[in-house]
Design a protein around this ligand. Structure first.
Ligand SMILES: [Zn+2]
Length: 332
């Protein structure tokens, strides 16, 4: 049993309060390996941004939960060494059971998501409430994110064919009954790289797919019912066309990729949306650079020679997100 405070981590309470007031969103970046974590920390130190480090089910399977938790502790020390003690949250992404949330909390996570969104409403309330009661009764208060509404797309082990938007009429009741600290809602973002089928999109003259716009009307309704309450957006990668092009130019095959335009995320970040999850864009940035090195320097076989450039590109991407999309730069 270790408390996150001993590791130098923070929960989301203060971060979200300031973000809602200040009209920006805290970045929530997923990590599975050292290069990703270095890029996240370096980008956030350089832009003076708070950050939420996310551990998904896929990450736990790939890298091991204990390993990731110690890496997060390393991230805190690394940030200090780079010159700034930025606020760092260690967050469980899409927790699917009470037991999993409990085990993360007991090993030093400062925040967890319990995703009961696929359950019937009353079951979601029951499960989320149970996690909140446990998380909030710790010596150091652990924050909990719940979810209402279902996002489409595939993200690690989370997959849904059909999305359905959050019903604004449910949110007050859900927050009151469960005691959650923040709420993920579904307003048209989607997990993964191919967020929408081509037939759902419009195509620009140069063949770029434009997704249906986010449902800001639903977000406004939610805000009206829960004034100042922290709202979370999952599946908010923009799938930059430059990366898709590099990947395909160097032998990749990513067809019909489509993401959420950054202007729409910037608009959302100015509202009660105070946490925005970005994962696929980082995957694309790394893959683009690795493919490029493999084709341009076929004699290389030192992993540092391709993971290094991938890490540099990832850092650039995250700095851009903090500065231009989320508005979290300078808020640490
Ligand atoms: Zn998600």
């Amino acid at each position: 049993m270790v408390s996150y405070k001993e590791l130098g981590l923070v929960n989301t309470v203060d971060l979200f309060k300031k973000a809602v007031k200040g009209g920006y969103a805290i970045p929530a970046y997923n990590f599975n390996n050292m290069e990703q974590l270095q890029a996240i920390v370096a980008a956030c130190v350089e832009t003076k941004s708070p950050v939420i480090l996310q551990v998904s089910a896929g990450a736990r399977k790939y890298a091991n939960q204990t390993m990731l938790r110690y890496m997060a502790q390393g991230a805190v020390e690394y940030a200090k060494e780079l010159g700034m003690n930025i606020p760092i949250v260690l967050h469980l992404d899409h927790g699917d059971s009470f037991e999993l949330c409990k085990s993360c909390i007991e090993t030093g996570f400062s925040s967890v998501m319990i995703d009961g969104s696929a359950l019937p409403y009353e079951k979601n309330v029951e499960l989320t409430k149970k996690v909140c009661e446990f998380a909030h009764s710790q010596k150091d208060y652990v924050t909990v994110e719940g979810e209402l509404g279902v996002l489409a797309g595939v993200e690690d082990d989370v997959a849904a064919e059909q999305s359905h938007y959050t019903r604004p009429e449910d949110v007050q009741d859900f927050v009151k009954k469960t005691g959650v600290d923040s709420l993920a809602i579904s307003i048209g973002t989607s997990h993964g790289r191919a967020k929408f089928k081509p037939e759902q999109c419009t195509r620009t003259a140069d063949g770029i797919l434009l997704p249906p716009p986010l449902r800001f009307d639903i977000l406004e309704e939610v805000e009206k019912r829960l004034p100042g309450f922290p709202i979370v957006l999952h599946g908010s990668s923009s799938v930059p066309i430059e990366y898709v092009k590099i990947i395909n130019q160097y032998g990749g095959k990513l067809m019909d990729s489509v993401g959420i335009p950054e202007e729409q995320l910037r608009k959302a970040a100015k509202s009660a949306v105070c946490k925005i999850n970005i994962d696929s864009d980082g995957r694309l940035a790394m893959t683009a650079m690795i493919r490029k090195v493999f084709v341009e320097k076929p004699e290389e076989f030192d992993p540092r020679k391709y993971l290094g450039p991938a890490r540099d590109e990832l850092k650039k991407l995250y700095m851009h997100k903090n500065l231009e999309v989320l508005g979290s730069a300078g808020k640490a």
